[in-house]
Design a protein around this ligand. Structure first.
Ligand code: HEM
Length: 224
């Protein structure tokens, strides 16, 4: 490739998207609900309720996106080793019992989040990538911190039932996987305007996550 046409590290799409969402990442990370959950101040019921919300999001990300596997823009991102729905369902069976589906409900904020993911999966493959990135790269990163805390706080077996969502059996080297993922992002075939739109959608994805945390925080307030 002509070196003059190669993007510099600072203008690479993976860097732009990461930098653009940095502030909102901190907001999500330091939300009251996450803080209380990771601080061991909430019961396992709050963790189960959060896991239920994730089910709706991943249902939209995975069931609603099978057709995207052959899409020229989003297709390369659809990787079987990322799929979380089967693990989430195992965790929910452990947390809520075999009838977990009968009591499963989405918070309104979760419904809005899942609907937006489904909308992108249906109509806008590049926008779908923003949601894909926000969830899966987060799960491969901070998700590992959440898993360790959950195992310690509620006594789940290490990498076992209850925290399978955070265990990527098919990704033995997450750092290498994330490097390859960033290369995929850098290779997305879209013009600058479309890339800006994807970055805006990524910010929206973070905001949708934070809204779910706020709603969960209201459902599980700490008694002062
Ligand atoms: C307490 C909760 C969280 C913790 C402790 C946490 C922690 C981290 C850490 C340490 C990284 C850095 C990984 C690296 O440099 O390779 C990271 C990356 C990331 N996190 Fe989080 N995170 C949390 C919540 C979230 C949430 C709620 C989201 C969005 C749903 C999210 C999305 C991401 C994404 C997309 C990345 C990848 C950034 C990139 O390299 O492009 N995180 N997280």
């Amino acid at each position: 490739m002509d070196p003059s046409s190669a993007p510099s590290a600072s203008s690479a799409f993976s860097t732009l998207i990461r930098t653009a969402s940095h502030e909102q990442h901190m907001e999500a990370e330091t939300s009251t609900f996450m803080g209380d959950l990771l601080g061991g101040r909430l019961g396992v019921d709050a963790y189960a309720r959060y896991t239920e919300q994730l089910w709706f999001v991943y249902e939209a990300l995975e069931s609603g996106a099978r057709h995207l596997a052959s899409d020229p823009v989003a297709g390369p991102f659809i990787r079987p080793e990322l799929l979380r729905l089967p693990s989430l369902e195992q965790d929910l069976a452990h947390l809520r019992g075999p009838d977990w589906r009968s009591t499963l409900t989405a918070l309104p904020t979760t419904r809005a989040y899942a609907d937006r993911v489904a909308e992108c999966a249906r109509d806008w493959p590049a926008g779908y990538i923003a949601h894909h990135y926000t969830r899966y790269l987060g799960d491969l990163s901070g998700g590992q911190i959440i898993r360790a805390k959950a195992e310690r706080t509620w006594g789940f077996p290490k990498k076992g039932d209850g925290v399978r969502f955070y265990v990527f059996e098919g990704i033995p080297n997450p750092a290498a996987f994330k490097r390859e993922y960033r290369e995929l992002l850098d290779g997305v075939r879209a013009d600058d305007l479309e890339k800006q739109r994807v970055i805006t959608e990524c910010k929206r994805a973070f905001a949708l996550n934070t809204a779910v945390f706020h709603a969960l925080g209201e459902e599980f307030p700490l008694s002062a």
